[in-house]
Design a protein around this ligand. Structure first.
Ligand SMILES: C[S@@+](CC[C@H](N)C(=O)[O-])C[C@H]1O[C@@H](n2cnc3c(N)ncnc32)[C@H](O)[C@@H]1O
Length: 377
């Protein structure tokens, strides 16, 4: 195993390059990586069209969509119903004439909206006029009988709502926008649908097999043993789970008050004494509980990846190190050790980003890196 600096790939592990790409840009997901990274790795791994590529933490579907663009079969798994719905919508084929018909129906839909039971966060998140239009659109979309088109319109609603909200996503929280010049939702929605149609017409998706599941990466029972050739993925980073808060508005818009947020199944949240024992011969006993929980969950995930990968299969994991008040925990090195214990051959670790981690804005804790770990079965 060699540790190699590849800071030239720094931007590839962010979502930024996707901002201008058809379909990928339908929902901005700060925690995602880029199509460029996936294509780079598909080429590096020399995939061909008969292979299967898995992303067990697919988020909004960058890996599966890139695989469909490239021409290789793909499977994605994601715990959040919201992100799974977005990923599924981005990867499907559509009849553009149907989208236009449904848009006319949604635009002309009339119903009186009562703001009585609307969650306070939504009331604070939009002007009254925008909120009424958003809820009216949502009601109309609920009536679209074809699931695929219904979900596409939900994604358009979220995308347009994000442009007409009074909040901005700021790291781990929502904060009020300074510029109160908020565009009308109706206009944003119409523009979004037009952009979606253009993107659908522009992207060439290959005729490959693709299956996306809402599920837990710690239990990939929907995937057969030794059936996967390549894994490209990025698990949640150690000690960073704020996206459940940042996307609360989207959850409320799609699922109302139903408590659908899958936070409890997120990896890295709970641990028990037994877990510590299982990991104890890795000599990481002195870790904070959050780190133990994280590595224990990743132990299960890596075990599942080992099971589903064929002999000769390869995996690339994009991970970030864990920042705690008193130290930076080098998750990449620890995950590599866990992988080796499971049976993987550990290849190189590429450091793709480095930054100084600070506490209370000024106190330096250490250097936190993002890296890509290569594993082979
Ligand atoms: C770093 S993001 C991956 C982003 C993805 N590469 C993209 O471009 O959209 C990690 C994802 O793992 C998901 N996740 C967290 N716990 C999970 C679990 N137990 N099983 C499956 N997915 C999980 C989170 O919801 C999040 O979408």
């Amino acid at each position: 195993m060699k540790i190699i600096e590849r800071l030239d790939l720094g931007e590839y592990v962010t979502f930024k390059p996707n901002r201008d790409l058809p379909r990928h840009r339908w929902f901005y997901f700060k925690e995602g990586f880029s199509r460029d990274l996936v294509i780079y790795l598909l080429k590096k791994f020399k995939v061909d069209e008969d292979m299967w590529v898995l992303d067990p933490f697919m988020g909004v579907g960058t890996t599966p969509l890139s695989c469909r663009e490239y021409g290789v079969n793909t499977i994605g798994v994601e715990i959040s119903p919201l992100f799974k719905l977005i990923a599924q919508s981005k990867i499907e084929d559509y009849d553009v004439e149907k989208i236009k018909d449904y848009y006319r129906y949604v635009k002309d839909y009339k119903e009186r909206i009562d703001l009585g039971g609307v969650p306070p966060l939504l009331k604070r998140g939009f002007t009254k006029a925008n909120l009424i239009d958003i809820l009216k659109a949502r009601r109309a979309i609920e009536g679209i009988s074809e699931e695929k088109y219904r979900n596409l319109f939900y994604v358009a609603l979220l995308s347009a709502a994000n442009k007409s909200t009074l909040f901005i996503k700021d790291g781990s929280k929502l904060r009020p926008r300074r510029n109160r010049n908020i565009p009308p939702f109706r206009e944003m929605f119409s523009r979004t649908i037009k952009n979606f149609i253009r993107d659908i017409e522009e992207t060439e998706l290959k005729n490959v097999s693709y299956y996306l599941y809402q599920g837990d990466a710690r239990n990939l029972s929907m995937i057969d043993d030794e059936s996967i050739d390549i894994v490209i993925t990025s698990p949640p980073y150690l000690n960073k789970i704020e996206y459940t808060v940042v996307y609360e508005m989207e959850y409320l818009l799609l699922y109302g008050d139903k408590n659908i947020n899958p936070i409890r199944s997120y990896i890295g949240l709970t641990y028990s004494r037994r877990d510590v024992l299982k990991l104890s011969n890795l000599d990481i006993k002195e870790m904070p509980p959050a780190a133990l929980a994280y590595f224990n969950d990743m132990y299960q995930v890596l075990g599942e990846l080992y099971r589903v990968l064929r002999r000769g299969g390869k995996a690339a994991l994009v991970v970030g190190q864990g920042i705690f008040p008193d130290r930076v925990i080098k998750s990449d090195r620890i995950l590599a050790r866990i992988a080796r214990k499971i049976g993987f051959k550990v290849g190189d670790i590429w450091i793709v980003n480095k930054r100084i981690a600070v506490r209370d804005r000024t106190i330096k804790i250490g250097v936190a890196e993002e890296s890509i770990i290569f594993l082979y079965k």
